[in-house]
Design a binder for this molecule. Structure first.
Ligand code: PGA
Length: 247
C-alpha cells in the first residue's frame, strides 16, 4: 500500500555541470521504476537539476529550509523560494543537528512551515552510536518523533527517514533486524500521534545504503525506501538501489 520512495541526498557535492550530468543520467535511467525517486541537491543547483529531469519521473528536493516566510535572516531560504524549484525538502538531517545546532524544536518549526507550504518533507531521525550502545535507541527515536513531528497534520505527504548516525557515511549499515526494529518502532510512535495515517507514512532507511545491501533493506516490512548519501553520487549505484525497491 505504500509506494517505495528512494531519495538521493547529494549533500555539499557537485559543481553545476556535474549536477546537470548526474541528474540527466538518473532521469534517463528512471523510466519504469516501481518506486518514487527524488534528488535532494544543493540550493544553487536546484534550477539546473529541475531542468535536467524535466519530463521524467524524478522529483527534485532541497536539503534544508528555514521556517520564517521572509525577512532579515541572512543565508536562509524559505519554503516559498524552494517551492518554485522543487517538491521535497529534507528536514533535520543528522548533519544539521550535529554541525549546525538543530534540535527537535527547530525541526518542529521547519516541519510546520513545510506542511503549510506545497513542499513534502523528509524528516530525519536516528540515534548516535553511544545512544545505541547505552540501550537508548527507542527513547531517542521516541523523543525525536514525538517532539519533531508534533503539532502538525501528519499525512502521506510526510516521509520519515530513519538514519542511525553511526551508519551515515561510515560504510557500516544497520543489520536488517536493527533497521526493521527501529522503523517498526517509529511507525508505532506515529500511530500514537495520528492513528491509521501512520500506515500511509513512508519510512526510509538511510546510512550506507548501496547497490549490494539495498535489496535486503528495502524488503523489510516497515522500510519503505531509502535516503541515500554517498551512493547517490554514482548513477549506476543509485539506479541499482532504485531498482531494488519493489512495490
Ligand atoms: P550515506 O548518507 O548513504 O552516505 O551513509 C546517508 C544520509 O546521510 O542521508
Amino acid at each position: 500500500m505504500r509506494k517505495p520512495f528512494v531519495a538521493g541526498n547529494w549533500k555539499m557535492n557537485t559543481t553545476e555541470a556535474e549536477a546537470r550530468e548526474l541528474a540527466a543520467a538518473v532521469a534517463a535511467g528512471a523510466a519504469g521504476l516501481a518506486c518514487d525517486v527524488a534528488l535532494c541537491v544543493p540550493f544553487p543547483h536546484l534550477a539546473a537539476v529541475r531542468e535536467a529531469v524535466r519530463g521524467s519521473a524524478v522529483g527534485v528536493g532541497a536539503q534544508d529550509v528555514y521556517w520564517e516566510a521572509k525577512g532579515a535572516f541572512t543565508g536562509e531560504v524559505s519554503t516559498a523560494m524552494l517551492a518554485d524549484y522543487c517538491r521535497y525538502v529534507i528536514v533535520g538531517h543528522s548533519e544539521r543537528r550535529q554541525f549546525f545546532g538543530e534540535t527537535d524544536a527547530t525541526v518542529q518549526k521547519k516541519l510546520a512551515a513545510v506542511i503549510a507550504s506545497p513542499l513534502d518533507p523528509i524528516v530525519c531521525v536516528g540515534e548516535l552510536l553511544e545512544e545505541r550502545r547505552g540501550g537508548h535507541t527507542q527513547d531517542v527515536l521516541s523523543r525525536q518523533v514525538c517532539e519533531g513531528l508534533s503539532g502538525v497534520e501528519l499525512s502521506a505527504r510526510v516521509t520519515v527517514a530513519y538514519e542511525p548516525v553511526w551508519a551515515i557515511g561510515t560504510g557500516e549499515t544497520a543489520a536488517p533486524e536493527q533497521a526493521q526494529e527501529a522503523c517498526r518502532f517509529i511507525r508505532g510512535e506515529l500511530r500514537k500521534m495520528c492513528g491509521g495515517v501512520a500506515d500511509q507514512i513512508r519510512i526510509q532507511y538511510g546510512g550506507s545504503v548501496n547497490a549490494e545491501n539495498a535489496a535486503t533493506l528495502l524488503s523489510l516490512p516497515d522500510v519503505d525506501g531509502a535516503l541515500v548519501g554517498g551512493a547517490s553520487l554514482k548513477v549506476d549505484q543509485f539506479l541499482a538501489i532504485c531498482r531494488a525497491a519493489r512495490a
